[in-house]
Write a protein that binds this ligand. Structure first.
Ligand code: SAH
Length: 346
């Protein structure tokens, strides 16, 4: 039986340098290979054109490059692009390119399926199969950067961890991916252009604050009333709002970075005055802004987008309380690429 070869991208630069030395070559070869693997993000050893044929063969005998493959790519009428990405073990995740006048945003996945159980989200209906590796997260970003250059003549400008999965349930790998994305040896992107979205895993929010991360934080709140939140996001029974509040205060104290709350308003669920007042109160704990996301219906019809009047009521009350609030219209709805719609349908 053939021994499973190791993915060379699970090695650090030091380890690759050591491999070369152990095989009688100069350590600097390791730097060259590392650059091909990350900042140039090649898919095969044969693409490493300044590396000798013998060295490439040696690498091939010892390692694999488990690069993702973009299986299918769909383009929405509004310019949004959705990639179905095949992983080395044939599982699929989705990532989305969202172009606007001034920026191109990549929305990337952090898990195959999701650990959580939000009733309104199509991804939650998929079982969590596994966490993504750092390189699988990185590769999604590279693929979207390439598509952005190809279709929109500009590099990717922003990244949001709002695809499939709960990033804070795969924290070590998400951090490693972000390290690579922001490092000069990777893509050299500013962490200020990266947003990690969580449905509120308090303990991990504190951990991020302790780690002094430089990216931005978004929290999927959807209700500031415990009973309602418990109903629509059942896992939150183990993650009470008081703990979330405390974690967010801790985050702000350490990072001085404003929080974005993501919030969908649904008919008969949170479109009443009591819900608005609870949100206003919650928003006063730490500096923040609110993104009111348009609901993207998933099949079972239990949830319905609230009326425009209800939305206006939210906006005007938040503004009266000096809280910045914006309505975010969906992008890529026609190809199931909008928030909460990623469910490997194609
Ligand atoms: N698990 C993380 C990352 C996913 S982000 C988190 O929850 O933050 C995806 C965002 O889309 C979250 O804010 C989620 O609450 C929201 N969402 C899920 N289903 C949706 C739907 N059907 N319509 C609109 N937004 C949805």
């Amino acid at each position: 039986m053939e021994i499973q070869k190791k993915d060379i991208r699970s090695l650090t630069k030091e380890q690759i340098r050591d491999f070369f030395v152990a095989n009688g070559e100069k350590a600097f070869r390791g730097n060259q290979v590392y650059e091909w693997l990350w900042s140039k993000a090649v898919h095969s050893f044969d693409d490493m054109t300044n590396v000798s044929k013998e060295t490439r063969t040696m690498l091939e005998e010892n390692f694999v490059i488990n690069h993702i493959k973009v299986d299918t790519m769909q383009r929405s009428e509004d310019g949004t692009v959705k990639n179905a990405v095949r992983l080395h073990d044939d599982l699929i995740v989705e990532s989305v390119l969202i172009p606007t006048e001034t920026r191109t945003t990549a929305c990337v996945s952090s898990q195959v399926g999701c650990s959580l159980d939000c009733n309104f989200c199509a991804t939650a209906q998929l079982k969590r199969m596994r966490n993504l590796n750092p390189d699988e997260i990185y590769d999604q970003v590279v693929a979207i950067d390439r598509e952005s250059r190809l279709y929109y003549n500009r590099p990717l400008s922003n990244i949001v961890f709002m695809g499939m999965g709960e990033p804070l349930m795969n924290y070590p790998n998400v951090m490693k991916a972000i390290d690579k994305i922001t490092s000069e040896e990777g893509l050299g992107m500013s962490p200020k252009r990266i947003t990690v979205s969580t449905s509120g895993i308090s303990k991990m929010i504190k951990k991020m604050a302790d780690d002094e991360v430089k990216f931005k934080l978004a929290v999927s709140l959807h209700s500031a009333i415990e009973e309602i939140r418990n109903q629509i996001m059942p896992f939150t029974k183990n993650f009470p709002l008081t703990e979330l509040k405390e974690a967010l205060e801790y985050w702000y104290k350490k990072t001085k970075s404003k929080i974005t709350y993501e919030y969908v308003v649904w008919k008969g669920i949170n479109d009443d005055q009591k819900s608005i007042d609870a949100l206003v109160k919650f928003c006063k704990y730490v500096p923040c802004k609110v993104n009111l996301i348009e609901y993207n219906p998933i099949d079972d019809g239990m949830f319905q987008q609230a009326s425009n009047e209800a939305l206006e009521k939210y906006i005007s009350t938040l503004e009266k309380n000096n809280i910045v609030a914006k309505v975010r219209r969906s992008r890529g709805k026609d190809i199931d690429a909008a928030c909460g719609q990623l469910a490997n349908k194609s």
